[in-house]
Design a protein around this ligand. Sequence first.
Ligand SMILES: N[C@@H](CCC(=O)N[C@@H](CS)C(=O)NCC(=O)O)C(=O)O
Length: 212
Amino acid sequence: MAKPTLYGPGYSTYTRAARLAMEEKGVDYDLVEVDFIGGGMPEEQLARQPFGKVPAFEHDGLMLYETSAIARYIDEAFEGPSLQPSDPAQRARMTQIISIIDSYTYPRTVGDLVVQRLIVPMLGGTADESIIEAALPEVDKSMRELERMLGDQEFLTGNSLSLADLCVAPIFAYFVNTPESKDILEDKASLNAWWQRMASRDSMTNTQPQLG
Ligand SMILES: N[C@@H](CCC(=O)N[C@@H](CS)C(=O)NCC(=O)O)C(=O)O
């Protein structure tokens, strides 16, 4: 089968989610680095993803963007362990979590908190504390919901890894480096244990971003 290509930067959480799916399946792929920090989205990427985001994906003549579509395709088109539960309730939970991440968690946790607390200072700027202050209650709400849905399960949709875990883990990798995460995660034992399990997976080690 042809080798897929993913276009996006190693530091992007969405790019990493698609990479994690390929790493977990054991799919051989090429990563074409697309850097947008500082200079904006390159024209070649806008031709692949007209909404100006990363990643984009190419396989066997199929061009695709939107990470949840890419991740589902990877799971269904390639050999390897299934990353989507067959049980309808667990599968619906997976879809729900991915949608929560896209709609609420990523914008507040990465777009506001991580960008202001970690990225802006790294680029020599000063964090806008008003953006962080406004984001924190929403970040906390996301984490409370993830803790509730996780319950005493090993993974977010049950006792097998799914695309929901792979979508949340790259966000956590940045979030836990913010001082604000300490208070928010303090009373969330299940989520902390989940993160320890996820962080030690080979797929996470193999996709560690080089940032800063
Ligand atoms: N809906 C898109 C979202 C992707 C996304 O937001 N990617 C971020 C990086 S993690 C991005 O491209 N940011 C660039 C920008 O907003 O200018 C997907 O699922 O792929």
